[in-house]
Write a protein that binds this ligand. Sequence first.
Ligand SMILES: [Zn+2]
Length: 234
Amino acid sequence: MNILAIGCHPDDLEIACYGTLARFVKEGHKVFACHVANGDLGHVEIPQKELGVIRIKEAQEAAKLIGAEALTLNVSDLSVNSMNEEMNKEMVRLIREVQPDLIITHPTQDYMRDHVEAGLMAFRANFQSSVFHKYPEHQKTAAVVPIYYMDTLAGVDFIPTEYVDISDVIEIKLEALACHKSQIDWMREHDGIDFLDFVRTCSKFRGLQCGVAYAEGFRPCRTWPRLTTKRYLP
Ligand SMILES: [Zn+2]
């Protein structure tokens, strides 16, 4: 299968679903890790333009670590808008290029609007990618596929209905997260947050719920024609 994970910022996929993506790669699937925004506002000391470049590079390193391909729409932080025609067209193009069998993205309720918009963008653009006359210059369509929503930040107000055991890949998940050095260092030094411990704790909590050491939780998008009798997740 081709798996397309669409996160908002560089590091969001690492936090919520990189264990699952690592397992997909191990099982022989092709994984595309796309972040919509470039993370250019996620720091105070590093200038915006420089930071956008650094963070795209960090995301590429993280993807490489698990054997995924990093993609980005390179949108500036706090500007993600699912109804923006230009962004929508780029996302439709990306989906048509990747030809996914499954999409993983943010649930449409999370702690910041950019996350919500990235989830809505994935939902909207996937349907549009199946309609040939929407951007016919792309000269191809893609199927409407199952969408799985990944966890919210810190799991707040998110009840998973499906779990993936990531016990064997928890260290590589955290290694991938550690590639986002600009964020990890910044949060440790200036906010007193140990983000690696934060994410380990969340994975452990989801593991506790399903009887394994570490897990990631998901919920399927319950709309026609995305529902299936098949188990798509590892
Ligand atoms: Zn984010």
